[in-house]
Design a binder for this molecule. Sequence first.
Ligand code: G3P
Ligand code: CA
Length: 390
Amino acid sequence: MAQEQRPGRRTLLGAAAALGAGAAALGPAGAARAADRTGTRAGAADSEASARTRLPVPAVVAHRGASGYRPEHTLGSYELALAMGADIIEQDLVPTKDGHLVCRHENDITGTTDVADHPEFAARKTTKKVDGIDLTGWFSEDFTLAELKTLRAVERLPKERQRNTVYDGRWEIPTFEEVLRWADRKGRERGRPVWLHIETKHPSYFRGLGLGLEKPLARLLRKYGRDRAHAPNFVQSFEPGSIERLSRLVDCPGVVLLDAADTRPWDFVEAGDPRTVADLVKPEGLAWTARFAKGIGPTLDLIIPRNADGSLGEPTTLVRDAHAKHLVLHPYTMRNENTFLPMDFRRGSDPYAYGDVFGALRTWFATGIDAIFSDNPDTALLAAADFRAR
Ligand code: G3P
Ligand code: CA
């Protein structure tokens, strides 16, 4: 399977929080059916605002925008995702040297920008330890915003997604504030808000550099009226401490992301907390998370593990257990290409050709999840509509 480098990788609100104890009592399948009937809200109280911000279940989160078709985290990728009808559009955030939040999946900008082609920045290439992993390249925190704005975004997966490379060089790195302004404008134009799913990347690492992410994020959310419980956004992080910190700054729902079972969130590593993701998906771990978050974003494998041959195994009890704690589940990440799909959903021998993605999505939706991250929001939206119409 194709992989991307994930330094310190440890690895959402939708139906369960809105459905509450009634849905939990129904179990995953019942919860999914109830969700089908009621839709999903961003919070508990009925109000004009919550009615306008209702989400379908399962909802589709455009992962880094429509990243299956455009270089990720560009306004082009976000625009296409919105035009496709994505329910929510994701941003990953890292800071610049002068403290601006920009949309990149990681602070190492080597693979997603043309920085290597800029001789004026050649000397900035360096090796750093990020969340315990040595990385060599160029890093967002070594550039001012003005300098980053001279770069252009390129496709991360040129081999898998050669067609996307025609867009290399077209778009700048967007600041998060530019995205908020864009979402505001689009929301006014279409008469309903644009939902965002906003991730803090490497929050402990950046705090250590004096570039903490949570306060500037909270300031921007307040400035654009997105800090309330019913605001059309989620905040997410692989570090539970970042979500806990954000829960004290803003009221919008937090989602704790969960990587593979044997990994530990980086803030746990730094604090000497021995718990692993395997601990966090147990009922006690979920109860702990529910003290400050409204949802979890597990890997798809935590919901349906793969067999030794790479085919899908039997679902775990995670959906039921999380719903029982009133936590929603926004797992990640669906991609249409064979190389990213479980073995039993691959078609033909071309790793970059599309497999039976509708079959795979049907299987995951049947577990009762509340939303799914997908690089191909158009495909996932069709599958979600099929699922609701069944
Ligand atoms: O944030 C959920 C999803 O995006 C998975 O994580 O590594 O792609 O940011 P990542
Ligand atoms: Ca993310």
